[in-house]
Design a protein around this ligand. Structure first.
Ligand code: 13P
Ligand code: SF4
Length: 387
């Protein structure tokens, strides 16, 4: 059950989170001091403009705790020719103050393939860093915290996929990017929440098949099946953040906030998707808010995202149910500082796995670049075959 409140939770209140992993100004202050960094005139000059982008999320009194780490990270990036790819779920200090490219997992994968930098620091989770390494093998890819996993990526192995393929010969295998490189290596093509329905339709056409295997997210599979009419075979994986949202939450929110517009990520259960006003990838949700400017909105997704979208739509009132992703919240400013200073933790993928995984990612990237797709809401639930 999602926790419904009007302000972000922190510390031990945060649902599903290790409180030690949740950011806070005391942690940043202590981390900066331990690294010999202080809020001096030079740091002030380098960071004052950045504060304007996050002042809605970070109180002025707390800024001196964040600014020294931010200034030091930005200096190191320039000195080492590094870029930071920041996912939409990063906290605003990371997203707006040290991130060079920001977006959903598809947008970040495209940036990894195109950047000229020699070092990529992934401000996201491990599967995203693996995707970057698959696409940019000549670059050093760093993940600031090795514990930044994902419940979907952990739900399935390459051996599982091999067994599924043996059971359904000739049926194309589409895997969500929220998987390990080993799983991608067993797949025909990858997808993200931004293009899942289009990729499934493409795979059905290309393989001339009326069925498609879509792994490992059960809910994404059901939501795609409702959009496409294609028979889907899937797996019991779930996102531990999005599975917590319920239709009762949506009804409570609508009753408490008349006129509320409800946006959902397609990792949410199908009945939640049906009850929402709009659904799509994190980038699609951001675009909807920025373009449509709803008076009052709730994003049924990881809760740091509301802070980031609010910066681009300051006139919109955000209702904030707080479901933090404990894995995304492993990434902190101090972790990014240490990753760059000590060149840790480098992502290494065995070459044969990388090459095969890259083939599946490239097949996805070869499809025309489009705006993130919207899922039609209000659709009836469609059953999928779960292996
Ligand atoms: P997006 O591809 O929509 O950014 O989603 C990634 C993710 O991990 C959602 O939980
Ligand atoms: Fe994985 Fe869910 Fe966290 Fe996204 S929000 S990284 S799918 S656990």
């Amino acid at each position: 059950m999602a926790r419904i409140i009007d302000a972000p939770l922190t510390g031990s209140e945060a649902s599903g989170c290790d409180p030690r992993a949740v950011h806070g100004s005391w942690g940043a202050l202590d981390a900066a001091a331990r690294r010999g960094l202080a809020y001096d005139a030079q740091v002030r000059a380098e960071t004052d403009a950045l504060y304007e982008r996050v002042k809605h999320a970070i109180p002025a009194i707390e800024w001196p705790a964040y600014a020294p780490l931010i200034a030091a990270i930005n200096r190191m990036k320039r000195a080492k020719n590094a870029v930071i790819l920041a996912h939409n779920y990063m906290t605003s200090d990371i997203f707006y103050c040290v991130g060079d490219f920001r977006g959903d997992s598809l947008q970040l994968a495209r940036e990894a393939a195109e950047t000229d930098a020699g070092i990529i620091v992934q401000a996201g989770v491990r599967f995203m860093a693996e995707t970057s390494k698959c696409l940019a093998p000549e670059k050093t890819v760093l993940i600031p915290d090795l514990r930044a996993g994902c419940s979907l990526a952990a739900s399935i192995t390459g051996a599982d996929v091999r067994l599924i393929k043996a059971r359904y010969p000739g049926v194309p295998v589409v895997t969500y990017v929220n998987t390990t490189a080993e799983v991608k290596a067993e797949s025909d093509v990858c997808c993200t929440s931004s293009n899942a329905a289009a990729i499934v339709e493409w795979a059905a056409r290309t393989w001339n098949s009326d069925r498609v295997i879509l792994l490992p997210d059960e809910f994404l599979a059901k939501n795609v099946a409702a959009q496409t009419g294609i028979k889907i075979i899937s797996w019991h994986g779930r996102c531990e953040v999005h599975e917590r949202f319920t239709v009762e939450d949506v009804a409570e929110l609508r009753a408490a906030h008349p006129g509320l517009i409800v946006l959902a990520h397609p990792e949410c259960p199908p009945d939640v998707m049906a009850a929402a006003d709009f659904a799509g990838s994190t980038a699609a949700l951001q675009d909807y808010v920025v373009e449509k400017r709803p008076g009052k909105v709730v994003l049924l997704t990881e809760c740091s995202m509301s802070d980031n979208v609010a910066a681009a739509a300051p006139d919109v009132d955000f209702i904030r149910p707080c479901n933090l992703c404990p894995h995304m919240k492993r990434i902190t400013l101090e972790g990014i500082y240490d990753a760059l200073a000590e060149m840790k933790h480098e992502v290494i993928i065995p070459e044969d796995v990388r090459v095969r995984a890259k083939r599946a990612i490239d097949a996805m990237l070869a499809l025309p670049k489009e705006k993130p797709h919207a899922f039609e809401t209000g659709r009836a639930e469609v059953a999928v075959e779960l292996v």
